[in-house]
Design a protein around this ligand. Structure first.
Ligand code: F6R
Length: 242
């Protein structure tokens, strides 16, 4: 696990976008594994800037997203489909038919998980997977206790995660109670992983991750089992190291 400390959130976002851009320049038909949430927003902004001002083309990429809420249709403003369209896809030249996100509104969610997992397998996994981290160490929606062998599955969201995500909804009651997420093993099938950690609220999770103990009680620790992980961490989240 390579740890790269960045001065600020902006610097972290630029660094992350630079690594993704390099991947796309080297392999124009790369499969990009994408995340939602607050942390990667700056990375998407920077990638859009590189597209608009430095000719970075996404024309031939395929994208696979980590997760989606259950019970929200793709045009629901709180869905991750909508998040991705608004914050990234609408502003670049990728092909909508090559954007893949689990369908949280599928009538048979178990079948949807199988379909999504097979799709990722057929693509050979992500060339690079962007990840954020929850304060409890979750990656994707894989909460503490999730098996490291897990593949795409349906999860019940715990209260802490629902509270943390309530900021995007008009009230906590509207935050879905379930989601579909890539499993830990699905994430580990990526060729390269880029974990972004920003802000003081993530300092404890960062410390626990970098302490190095591997346990299913702390999902992000599974990343120690992967040979090509870069952790980009800003100074606020890395405060404990100084
Ligand atoms: C997002 C995701 C989550 C977030 C995590 C951190 O697709 O799967 O694991 O990465 O909850 O969220 P933020 O960045 O909002 O702190």
């Amino acid at each position: 696990m390579k740890v790269i400390e960045c001065q600020s959130y902006e610097a972290l976002s630029q660094k992350a976008a630079g690594i993704v851009a390099e991947t796309v320049r080297e392999k124009p038909d790369a499969v990009l594994g994408l995340a939602t949430g607050g942390t990667p927003e700056g990375t998407y902004r920077e990638l859009i800037r590189l597209h608009q001002t430095e000719n970075l083309s996404f024309q031939d990429i395929t994208t696979i997203n980590l997760d989606e809420y259950a019970g929200l249709s793709g045009d629901d403003p709180n869905s991750y489909h909508c998040y991705m369209n608004e914050r990234f896809f609408q502003h670049i030249d990728s092909q909508p038919s090559r954007h893949f996100i689990p369908d949280g509104n599928a009538s048979d969610l178990e079948a949807e998980c199988k379909r999504y997992e097979q799709l990722i397998e057929s693509l050979g996994g992500a060339d690079i997977q962007l990840l954020g981290i929850g304060r409890n160490g979750h990656i994707g929606f894989n909460e503490p206790g999730t098996s490291f062998q897990s593949r795409t599955h349906v999860v019940a969201l715990n209260e802490q995660t629902r509270q943390a995500n309530a900021r995007y909804f008009t009230s906590i009651d509207r935050v879905p109670k379930k989601a579909v997420t890539m499993g830990i093993q699905t994430i580990l099938s990526s060729k390269r992983i880029l974990l972004l950690i920003s802000g003081t609220s993530k300092a404890e999770a960062a410390k626990r991750l970098l302490d190095g103990q591997v346990s299913e009680e702390f999902p992000a620790s599974a990343l120690h089992l992967h040979p090509n992980v870069s952790v980009l961490i800003d100074q606020e989240a890395a405060g404990f190291r100084h």
